[in-house]
Design a protein around this ligand. Structure first.
Ligand SMILES: [Zn+2]
Ligand SMILES: [Zn+2]
Length: 505
């Protein structure tokens, strides 16, 4: 058989997810060309095996083949998946020197930069493109969304409409998701209804899930439930998860129970969902249901996926599993974490041991939190980079509530920007604030900076208003500040209560 037939076989197996067979066919070929290499690389990238795709890209060159368009775009997908920005940047350089920038390549670069934490680079690639199709606009809007820049996503969406480009169902999914990540409830409701009335796009489950998520995050769980009742399609997992997460965070247990029961009925094979259900029932003190969920998890062998965080240091990726003590620098990493913990506690950090779902002693729980994968990755990054270097961590699960809290403190102690990309979105931590705006208590005042807030609140009533509950400064939310000391109120601080939204270790 010739190269063409073999390459088609590789393609067919890869597209069906049979990567081992695809790889076997590939390596048994008598001769290969650049297309065969690209096919295998693309297969690995599309199936989520980014590391292998990137390895093959390098190996291809060792065999004397120059990467072509398909392999480069596949490699960019790989870089996006694992947050490998240095390789992504070098592929960008390579394409600028050798290839014409077209819409597919440009869009892949935008996606890569955004997913590697560099939203400004993503925008500059977008600005440099001479022509843009709907997919390109959608990618840029979605990128703003995952970075929590809902207003920018909305303004780009408005520009898209002004330039007479017709938004499609994917545009609205990106927009609604962006508005949801930024808590822009009114805007989300407005554009959801216009999508149907003006643009005649029937909402799919994805759109409904975004709207339910938007409402549920803001605590409007009754309205979210009404949306589900009005759905024209059958509500699936994404919709119920969005409702359940909102109910969990806002302690709306009766509606939450309904969502939880619907999820149980779906009989899903998804460990994350069972972890969410188990956490929800524990919070609602429904111990019988907790036992039922645990039993399902045991029977089906559904175990929690271990947390894994990757940090890029000096051009190389370093992966850490939760509780992983095998790293050669583990002792130093632990030393840094203990030192940080000491300083953080002095500033008001209280470990949130409720994020350890095991019946063990408090002290052991605190140790376990300190060993979460993102904590290990951050400490490794701090150890091996110059002071002031920005750290980028990519995590396979959602960042847990305690690590989210701790990273805010760490960003103050080490005076660094720490960017964490979890399975849902980006968190940019700087000066004790996270871009996602998620925390228990949000202090809003345009003129006050963090040290002043610390001074005001810490000095007056440190027992009630610890720093741990006061740090996100965002210029929106209603003004109502009965809880804060009068001096603070006189200064114009405003407070809004928003519960934590994170799960996972
Ligand atoms: Zn954690
Ligand atoms: Zn965050």
């Amino acid at each position: 058989m010739d190269v063409l037939v073999h390459t088609s076989l590789v393609d067919m197996y890869a597209k069906n997810g049979e990567l081992q067979i695809a790889s076997c066919v590939f390596w048994n070929m008598c001769s290969r060309n650049a297309v065969s290499w690209s096919t295998l690389i693309s297969g690995y990238a599309q199936n989520g095996f980014a590391g292998k795709a990137l390895e093959l890209l390098i190996e291809m060159q060792n065999f004397g083949f120059q990467p072509d368009f398909v392999s480069l775009v596949s490699a960019l997908v790989g870089c996006s998946q694992v947050g490998y920005s240095i390789l992504g940047r070098s592929i960008h350089g390579y394409t600028v020197r050798r290839l014409d920038m077209d819409q597919v390549l440009g869009t892949s670069l935008i996606d890569m930069y955004a997913k590697c934490g560099s939203i400004s680079y993503a925008r500059s690639v977008y600005d440099q493109m001479s022509s843009r199709d709907v997919i390109c606009w959608n990618t840029m809007i979605a990128s703003y969304g995952i970075h929590g820049q809902g207003n920018r996503a909305l303004s780009l969406f408005c520009q898209m409409i002004e330039s007479n480009l017709e938004p499609d169902h994917a545009t609205f999914a990106s927009l609604l998701s962006a508005l949801s990540h930024s808590g822009l409830v009114q805007e989300g409701k407005y554009w959801f209804s216009l999508m149907l009335t003006k643009y005649k796009i029937q909402p799919s489950e994805k759109h409904y899930a975004c709207l339910v998520d938007l409402l549920a995050r803001a605590g409007q769980v009754q309205e979210a439930q009404n949306v589900i009742n009005s759905m024209t399609c059958e509500p699936g997992m994404a919709v119920w998860v969005a409702l359940l997460a909102g109910c969990h965070n806002h302690k709306k247990f009766s509606i939450g129970e309904l969502a939880a029961k619907k999820l149980l009925e779906l009989n899903l094979d998804n460990p994350g969902i069972y972890a969410l259900l188990s956490n929800f029932f524990s919070a609602a003190r429904k111990w019988d249901e907790v036992a039922v969920v645990r039993k399902i998890m045991k029977e089906t062998g559904t175990k929690k996926v271990p947390g894994c965080s990757v940090v890029e240091v000096n051009g190389r990726l370093h992966a850490f599993l939760a509780e992983d003590k095998s790293h050669p620098q583990y002792k130093m990493i632990l030393g840094i974490l203990e030192e940080l913990e000491h300083e953080m506690i002095a500033m008001g950090y209280i470990p949130k041991t409720e994020f350890v779902f095991q019946n063990i002693e408090e002290e052991v729980k605190i140790k376990m939190l300190n060993n979460h994968s993102e904590r290990l990755a951050i400490a490794f990054g701090l150890l091996n980079t110059r002071p002031g270097t920005r750290l980028l961590i990519t995590k396979n699960l959602r960042v847990c509530g305690d690590c989210h809290e701790a990273t805010k403190f760490i960003s103050i102690v080490v005076k660094r920007e720490i960017v964490v990309r979890d399975v849902k979105r980006f968190h940019h931590f700087k000066n004790g604030i996270c871009s996602c705006g998620i925390c228990n208590l949000i202090i809003i005042h345009m003129d006050l900076n963090l040290p002043i807030i610390m001074q005001l609140i810490g000095a007056r009533d440190s027992a009630r208003f610890r720093l741990s509950t006061l740090y996100s400064i965002i210029p929106r939310c209603p003004i109502d500040l009965l809880a804060l000391p009068s001096k603070t109120r006189a200064q114009g601080c405003t407070v809004d209560f928003i519960d934590n939204l994170q799960q996972g270790s």
